[in-house]
Design a protein around this ligand. Structure first.
Ligand code: GDP
Ligand code: GDP
Length: 438
């Protein structure tokens, strides 16, 4: 079931990122257990009571050097497009401004649920600052203090009230959901067309069922797929065009909804920072990942070109060392036939379960050969038992004497051992250390 989305909107300095961090809590730290994963604090999952949802800090999206009002409008429109609920943050210390009124109007017209947070109300004596904000016309103002963590519970209760009740899963479980991620012009649409144009691909004439409505379901050799086309979305709205360079939101949503992410790179241009950021999300989200180097036709090649290019990719995407790389051309169709079989392969692996006894034998061997180092107090990690608790991505829990003793490098060592034994091509794997008696 797709999680609902909360977007935080408001002028610079009203406290959006402070509130975002409060709502997100420690989650970001939890998913991030490898160096090189870009920390980006504009999008994260969060939880309140029994609700899991996504939070977007629209203020974190760089808007180049547009004037404030233009930026505000774009952020508001993005939030309207992407979110189920919008948290509109104003500054209780400064009072209402013209920009607040303008944003309020845009939000009001959208008819999206809005929860109004009056921030920087650090103590109760300031409550009378609330009243002027009633005139924004977007509902009752909630007094909060992001930096002191006051009032957020009530605010989130209100937010959760507005979450859609039943968001149905888009496709049945056996459908392989594929998204194509990458900068404009790398050839995402061309790749989609090339996939759909392949022999024996039967494209469904039922249009996409999600609100994004650019999904293309198809079938090949008895397997159902759907392509989630972020490139198509760009052509849909003006906001998307104007924010294409810096908005990663659509990519993130597509990643969320997919099983297999095709990270598309233009062979001519190579990799840029943005690519790494987006790939980092796919990794953190635990999706299966294939790196697709498109436009391979335009590259002048000798016998080392592919090896060198591959090395460059490995150097840039250190944490994606498990992702297979395909060199192909959507235009000439050269090597296109490798793509769907690779999608099938990584998708299967993404859902692979390893037998508990084999896993435990492997861990015992690894630990015998290379015991965890002792910490400064002379304590050493001991692993009692290991088990796979989830697939997609494969997730392993190790029951240990003290989870604090599980260090990054040792986790990495164990991951490598697991990868040496089982073919986990194309999928991130998670290793969680838990105290033995928990
Ligand atoms: P953003 O630009 O809207 O993301 O705002 P930030 O979260 O970066 O906050 C801007 C400034 O306001 C920072 O100096 C914060 O420490 C401060 N701030 C955020 N929340 C509060 C609050 O509840 N009370 C006070 N007094 N300051 C706050
Ligand atoms: P998107 O923005 O990522 O969806 O990229 P498009 O699919 O719209 O492609 C951008 C441009 O690159 C178009 O002019 C395509 O014809 C061209 N293009 C796409 N794939 C290839 C390829 O494999 N080789 C070459 N030479 N050009 C390509």
């Amino acid at each position: 079931m797709p999680k609902p989305v909360l977007a935080i909107v408001g002028r610079p300095n009203v406290g959006k990122s402070t509130i975002f961090n409060r709502i997100v809590g420690e989650r970001i730290a939890i998913v991030e257990d490898k160096p090189g994963v870009t920390r980006d604090r504009i999008y994260s999952s969060a939880e309140w009571l029994n609700h899991e949802f996504h939070v977007i800090d629209t203020g974190g999206i760089e808007m180049n050097e547009e004037p404030l009002m233009v930026q505000m409008r774009q952020q508001a429109e993005l939030a309207i497009e992407e979110a189920d609920v919008i948290c509109f943050v104003v500054n209780g210390r400064e009072g209402m401004t013209g920009a607040d009124e303008e944003v309020a109007q845009i939000l009001y017209r959208s008819k999206k649920p809005v929860v109004l947070a009056v921030n920087k109300i650090d103590d109760p004596t300031m409550h009378d600052r609330l009243y002027e904000f009633y005139s924004l016309g977007v509902g009752d103002p909630f007094p909060i203090s992001g930096s002191h963590g006051i009032g957020l519970g009530d605010l989130l209760d209100q937010v959760a009230e507005h979450f859609p009740k039943d968001k149905e899963e888009d496709y049945d479980e056996d459908t392989v959901r594929i998204s194509l991620i990458g900068r404009p012009n790398v050839g995402k649409s061309s790749l989609v067309n090339a996939i759909l144009g392949e022999e024996r691909v039967i494209v469904s004439d039922i249009p996409g069922t999600t609100r994004d409505a650019i999904d293309t379901p198809f079938e090949k050799d008895g397997q159902d797929y759907v392509v989630i086309d972020t490139a198509g979305m760009r052509k849909k709205g003006k906001v998307y065009e104007s924010t294409e360079k810096y908005s990663v939101l659509r990519a993130l949503r597509a990643i969320e909804r997919s099983d297999v992410v095709l990270m598309v790179i233009n062979a001519e241009e190579g990799i840029i920072e943005q690519d790494k950021k987006i790939a980092g999300y796919a990794h953190e989200a635990g999706r299966a990942i294939i790196i697709v180097v498109n436009k391979w036709d335009v590259i002048e090649k000798d016998d080392k070109t592919m090896k060198n290019f591959e090395q460059k990719i490995r150097d840039e995407f250190l944490y994606l060392d498990y992702a297979p790389i395909l060199f192909l051309s959507a235009k000439t169709k050269r090597r296109m036939h490798n793509l769907l079989p690779m999608v099938n392969k990584v998708s299967e692996i993404h859902n692979m379960r390893v037998p508990t006894h084999v896993l435990n034998d492997l861990i015992v061997d690894a630990v015998t050969m290379n015991p965890a180092p002792t910490d400064s107090g002379g304590k050493r990690l001991r692993i009692n038992y290991a088990t796979q608790v989830a697939v997609a991505p494969p997730t392993f829990v190790l029951f240990v004497n003290d989870p604090e003793l599980m260090h990054f490098s040792y986790r990495r060592f164990l991951e490598n051992k697991i990868r040496d034994t089982f073919d986990f091509t194309g999928t991130p794997i998670r290793i969680i250390a838990r105290k033995k008696n928990d």
